[in-house]
Design a binder for this molecule. Structure first.
Ligand code: PSV
Ligand code: MN
Ligand code: MN
Length: 406
């Protein structure tokens, strides 16, 4: 980095009332969790292109995730999906992961890849199948206890394809009963994050179709249940940052699954097509973090940022590094919003000045800032370049083809 570029940047920001020391502290505190499944062989419903060097098991997925942390410095945890990441000894996995300098983050139950769940898991009209699904949720709470994770992340494929296929109201009740049992098994420090999605794989209705249904479920369960916003799970044109602001205001936003989408649940590299949306999400979070209501600011400061992507055609580790860097870049830009300036414009009811106060932060080139932060954190100024120059990407080719799927 050229020191000169940073000095100029700092002066420019000081002149507009931004304290870069504070900005740097907040950037250093940003943590982005990566998903174990983002390192594995994945495809679309048409084909999975098998790659050479893909992890063959959970242990190797963790090794790849550790590389992302090594080069970026902001990805110290990895989400797991059970049974994709089923191992014989979770205490041993925990130790292995700790030796890599990272830890296990959110535990994601999987209630969508068992034949029994074709017509629903916790919402199935057959009691025995609901019992089996609830048993898996309880197993995941136990796994979280063993690996030292405090987040259970829930997404259900449950829904129907045709009108009349099932009793929608009964299914809601069955889901609630199952989650209540899971909630009761959690330790007081654990959080249950409830994800919603408006379609797919069910095409007529999904049991938790939108943020309102997830919010209502979380409210009924109690304070340890919160909503998870997956940026790919909305209808075209949905104002996601509005949902974010609303949920933080209600102290019920627990986390994100970041990815980018153009048409459906595309699971592509976050910030690749819609960086401004990501920036505006962070604007709402940072604005709430400065709220006078301590409950609101606490919620805003306690959000779990996670990536949920499927890298089908691109090299997986650099794709993850790119994703994390995109999140960091938009967060840095949002930190340059002068919130006092926005508020003054709002009070003066000056629409154009308010909009400008937000947008102009997006237009700064934050490269000198990020390079300075990385230098202070002891990671490469250009993590992507450093990874590509490192031998790890070549070394793992020895794993051969035919890695773990998911
Ligand atoms: C479903 O579309 C989802 O976004 C959920 O978060 C799952 O856990 C994840 O994908 C992996 O299947
Ligand atoms: Mn998701
Ligand atoms: Mn998804």
């Amino acid at each position: 980095m050229s020191d000169k570029a940073y000095v100029l940047f700092e002066e420019q920001q000081r002149n507009r009332g931004i304290d870069l020391d504070q900005v740097k502290e907040r950037l250093k505190a940003l943590k982005v969790e990566t998903p174990s499944w983002g390192y594995a062989d994945q495809g679309t419903r048409f084909k999975t292109f098998q790659k050479v060097g893909v992890p063959r098991n959970t242990y190797e997925k963790m090794e790849d995730a550790a590389q992302v942390h090594k080069f970026t410095g902001i990805c110290p945890s990895v989400a797991v999906h059970i049974p994709w990441d089923k191992v014989d000894d979770y205490a041993h996995l925990k130790e292995h992961v700790a030796n890599l300098g990272i830890k296990i983050g959110a535990v994601n139950p999987n209630l969508f890849q068992d034949d029994d769940y074709m017509l629903g898991s916790v919402t199935n009209s057959k009691e025995a199948i609901r019992r089996k699904a609830t048993g898996h949720l309880l197993e995941c709470v136990d796994i979280a206890k063993t690996v030292g994770s405090d987040i259970l992340s829930l997404w259900f494929a449950d829904g129907t394809n045709y009108p009349g296929q099932a009793d929608i109201r009964k299914r809601v009740q069955w889901m609630y009963e199952s989650l209540k049992e899971m909630y009761a098994a959690m330790t007081p420090d654990m959080r249950m994050l409830i994800e919603y999605k408006f379609y797919e794989p069910a095409f007529y209705h999904t049991d938790l179709a939108d943020w309102g249904m997830a919010f209502n479920m979380a409210n009924k369960l109690g304070p340890q249940a919160e909503v998870l916003v997956d940026t790919g799970h909305h209808a075209q044109g949905t104002n996601i940052e509005h949902i974010v602001a609303y949920l933080i205001g209600e102290k019920k936003l627990g986390g994100f699954h970041f990815n980018s989408r153009k048409y459906g649940d595309d699971d592509l590299i976050v910030g690749s097509v819609n960086p401004y949306e990501l920036f505006l999400i962070f604007y709402q979070i940072l604005d709430a973090a400065a709220d006078v209501d301590p409950g609101v600011s606490r919620t805003a400061n306690n959000i779990a940022y996670m990536i949920d992507q499927s890298h089908n055609i691109e090299a997986k580790i650099p794709a993850m590094i790119r994703s994390v860097l995109n999140v960091q870049t938009q967060y840095a830009k949002a930190l340059l919003i002068n919130l006092d300036e926005v508020r003054e414009a709002q009070e003066a009811q000056d629409v154009l000045v308010a909009e400008n106060a937000v947008r102009k932060a997006f237009e700064f080139d934050v490269t000198p800032l990020l390079q300075a932060v990385r230098e202070e954190m002891g990671v490469p100024a250009d993590p992507m370049q450093a990874y590509l120059e490192d031998s790890y990407g070549q070394d793992i080719l020895a794993r051969g083809k035919g890695g773990a799927s998911w």
